[in-house]
Design a protein around this ligand. Structure first.
Ligand SMILES: CC(C)(COP(=O)(O)OP(=O)(O)OC[C@H]1O[C@@H](n2cnc3c(N)ncnc32)[C@H](O)[C@@H]1OP(=O)(O)O)[C@@H](O)C(=O)NCCC(=O)NCCS
Length: 261
């Protein structure tokens, strides 16, 4: 397990963690929000779909949000997800993360039936990284999907190491393997180990747009000319256009399907 607890205290036993849903513990909504926001750089908070729709996870979708709690109710890991419907084909998958979440909310608002669970995010607290909690959260979402009679858990996965290779197209990156044949990316590897199947890339999974000044504030960089810029923790370069005063970024993800039948 990696260090990382600011207090320096060793985390307690994995076995002592309790799985709860946000519907069971609505008092933890603020703590969950802080936990979920901790690992992300500023530009990742600029997706209009997230900003417009995330509150539904704390409201109508609260029974789907899962947390692993320490004895003192500190959050060790969390998984966000929401149901949607999917025809089971590659073409029928949403365009990406934004489209998946938009579809879930639209179906919920229309009171339409769902047949698939859509994973949205897993965040493990720094002090718990490398302890196997991410796998436990994926399995927990699979169990919830199965219990609801869903056909699959679909995940538009943000590969954790993609930001180290921002110039490599996601189509190639997603297929890179280690000498032992397992996926090179740790997050893709975990999903595949749990039975997930790599489906297709989602090169425009999330979209973040802003003025050049916005992007300078979000990244701490200066963009003196138009062009493509490599930005820390971005999965691909950010496109800066001085003439239109815009910066555009598409988060690159890959679809992974866990069959639940
Ligand atoms: C990705 C994340 C959920 C993994 O959680 P975890 O509980 O540490 O994962 P596990 O203990 O199950 O480890 C899974 C694999 O990832 C590796 N790993 C864990 N954390 C890692 C990290 N931060 N960077 C690279 N690899 C990591 C582990 O070594 C392991 O690979 P191995 O078994 O082949 O050695 C966690 O790092 C995290 O919360 N990251 C920030 C948010 C994020 O990127 N979430 C995923 C996209 S939504």
């Amino acid at each position: 397990m990696t260090a990382g607890d600011p207090a320096g205290a060793p985390p307690p036993d994995v076995g002592s963690l309790r799985l709860v849903t946000l519907a069971e513990r609505p008092d933890l909504a603020d703590a969950l929000s802080d936990h979920n926001g901790a690992p992300w750089p500023e530009f990742m908070f600029q997706d209009p779909v997230v900003n417009a729709l995330w509150h539904h996870l704390e409201e109508e979708f609260a029974p789907w949000q899962r947390m692993l709690l320490e004895a003192n109710d500190r959050i060790a890991a969390a998984a966000n997800c929401a149901p949607l419907s999917w025809d089971g084909t590659s073409e029928g998958l949403p365009d990406g993360w934004d489209d998946q979440f938009t579809r879930s909310v639209a179906l919920m608002r229309a009171g339409m039936p769902t047949d698939t669970l859509g994973a949205l995010q897993i965040v493990v607290a720094d002090r718990w990284r490398g302890a196997g909690l991410a796998g436990r959260m994926v399995r927990s979402m699979m169990a919830a999907g199965r219990a609801a009679g869903h056909r699959a858990l679909i995940a538009c996965v943000r590969p954790t190491d993609k930001h180290r290779y921002p110039l490599v197209p996601i189509e190639r990156y997603a297929r890179w393997t280690r000498p032992d044949g397992e996926p090179l990316d740790a997050w893709i590897r975990l999903h595949v180990r749990l039975g997930g199947r790599i489906d297709r890339p989602a090169p425009r999974s999330m979209t973040m747009r802003g003025t050049v000044a916005d992007w300078e504030r979000w990244t701490g960089l200066t963009f003196p000319g138009s062009g493509e810029y490599v930005v820390p923790f971005a999965t691909r370069p950010v496109t800066i256009d001085l003439a239109s005063d815009t910066g555009t970024y598409f988060d690159e993800n890959v679809w992974i399907v866990h069959d639940l039948s």
